[in-house]
Ligand binder design. Structure first.
Ligand SMILES: [Zn+2]
Ligand SMILES: [Zn+2]
Length: 529
């Protein structure tokens, strides 16, 4: 049965270049999209640039630019980065997109009319000199835990000051004035009222989630969900479609997390599809959320809460693909700087397929992962050069032959290939991407062992028919490796597709039925020295 699959890749925030932490979190989305397309499923794979919010306005002020100039700059850079890494988004958009802004306001209004967004008065820090309410990160204070100067959001020591502490100790970042306590009206998403809905959702769906998503979500559910402000005093963002809120904007988290929904709607409108098939509850629909572990509750609590509150039978996400952290040279990545290695930097040094293979076969799936040039070189040389590349070279570049004729497929090889498709499918659908890539590389090793056992270099001189049969079997293994590896390494698979004249559009066993001409075959992986 063909499914309607939505894959949502987390929306990167437009104030710094994409680094390796983004790559490990988002790459599984492309892997899933390519796999499901081969399965014959209808796939809509979306993401976009998260453009609004305070960090961009603060930076714009510092650099004497408009916030939009900054978000445009990064949106363009992000698009280029994803293209370079061969991400196959069906739509990569941005929260500054007009369609998105209109739809998000409609959804907001619906939730408000359904009484899941309501007004509340709360005290907030206010700068009497600048005459404005301040966001956490517009405040500076002495951290009550470690004593260092910190911004109002999370301190480097890990402590997040409470609202009372912000009001008591905070100073305006811009003018240094001590803030005062002032009542402010805002609209809130009534998460406390939605607690039973999220509990039921968790019961029904969490079996298909990564462990870290389960733990993080349970932690919040056990503490009890707290109503969360959805409006704020800011000039940069989406307008609030409620009277009396003309001077406020939507909080960036509600605007960005609804981007999955608006992007799928937009894609469907542009491609004559019915978005109910993808976004409304139905037996055929499957929805993945792909993100890093610092983003879990936005996908496992906030998004389902918003979708439910629309009261229009919206489908809630099925699978949480949340990765752990990636360290670089065994050090934690700093959130904004990414330890100095951007995705574009890495793409200048290594082949894109090699990078994709490394981060899918060594991704931080269940525990933190690590990147170092040494480890990268080891994985590339041992798996891609010595196993996969070597098997391709010794078969397709065998000295003294110009073609491989159709022979008879060996029963064991045939069974091994079928089994690999089945196992890899199961691994992918249970979010075990490391295991999936390991399973495929094992097929290359199996091919090398068959080759060594059969000794074609001896058969070449002694038994032409048997020699050709062995080469034919090896070519069949290569054809299937190319097909199985296409979601991981699309460039390499496309080259093999040309060499062997293959159809790689389906997730099913390939059997070569015509003579293969071995002209101009180039080595596919260079050893890293
Ligand atoms: Zn001030
Ligand atoms: Zn601190």
């Amino acid at each position: 049965m063909n499914r309607n699959v939505v894959i949502g890749g987390a929306w990167p925030y437009a104030n710094s270049s994409l680094h390796l932490g983004h790559l490990v979190a988002l790459l599984p989305g492309d892997f899933l999209a390519r796999y499901h397309r081969k399965m014959g499923d209808r796939v809509i794979y979306v993401s976009g640039t998260d453009c609004h919010g305070t960090p961009i306005t603060i930076r714009a002020k510092k650099e004497n630019k408009k916030p939009k100039e900054i978000s445009n700059y990064y949106h363009e850079e992000f698009s280029r980065t994803f293209d370079q890494m061969n991400f196959s988004y069906d739509l990569y958009t941005q929260t500054e997109d007009n369609y998105h802004k209109e739809k998000v306001q409609e959804i907001f209004r619906t939730i408000y009319d359904n009484n899941y967004i309501a007004e509340k008065e709360e005290n907030q820090p206010y700068c009497p000199k600048c005459n404005k309410f301040l966001a956490d990160r517009e405040l500076v204070l002495t951290c009550p835990q470690c004593g260092n100067e910190t911004k109002g959001e999370e301190c480097d020591c890990g402590y997040t000051p409470s609202m009372e502490e912000l009001i008591k100790y905070g100073k305006c970042q811009e003018c240094g004035t001590k803030v005062i306590d002032k009542p402010n009206n805002n609209l809130y998403l009534l998460l406390s009222k939605l607690q039973p809905v999220i509990e039921k959702f968790y019961e029904e769906k969490s079996d298909g989630w990564r462990k870290n998503s389960q733990n993080e979500t349970l932690k919040y559910l056990k503490q009890g969900l707290i109503d969360r402000a959805v409006t704020r005093d800011l000039e940069w963002g989406v307008d609030i479609p409620v009277d009396g809120y003309e001077n406020k904007k939507m909080y960036v988290w509600i605007d960005a997390v609804l981007g999955y929904t608006t992007a799928v709607m937009k894609y469907c409108e542009e491609h004559n599809l019915n978005y109910d098939d993808f976004l409304k509850e139905n037996d055929n629909a499957l929805m993945y959320m792909v993100h890093g572990k610092d983003n879990i509750i936005f996908h496992s609590i906030i998004l389902p809460a918003l979708l439910y509150s629309m009261k229009s039978n919206m489908k809630l996400p099925d699978k949480m693909v949340s990765c752990e952290y990636l360290n670089i040279n065994f050090e934690k990545i700093s959130k904004s700087k990414g330890n100095g290695i951007t995705i574009l930097d890495l793409a200048e040094q290594y082949s894109i397929d090699s990078i994709r293979y490394f981060f899918l076969s060594n991704g931080p799936e269940k525990k933190d992962g690590n990147f170092s040039a040494q480890e990268f070189k080891m994985v590339h040389n041992s798996d891609l050069v010595n196993k996969y590349g070597n098997f391709i070279n010794r078969t397709l570049k065998f000295r003294g032959i110009e073609e491989i004729k159709v022979g008879e497929i060996d029963k064991d090889i045939d069974a091994k290939i079928s089994e690999t498709y089945k196992n890899v499918s199961e691994d992918i659908e249970s979010l075990e991407f490391r295991k999936a890539t390991e399973e495929i590389i094992n097929l290359a090793e199996y091919g090398n062992k068959y080759y060594d056992d059969k000794k074609p270099w001896v058969l070449f001189k002694e038994n032409e028919k048997e020699f050709n049969n062995v080469m034919y079997n090896c070519a069949n293994i290569i054809a299937n490796l190319a097909n199985l590896f296409e979601p991981v390494m699309p460039d390499t698979s496309n080259k093999i597709k040309e060499y062997l004249k293959l159809d790689l559009s389906k997730w099913e066993k390939i059997t070569i039925k015509e003579t293969i001409k071995l002209n101009d075959i180039m080595p596919l992986f260079d050893r890293i020295k």
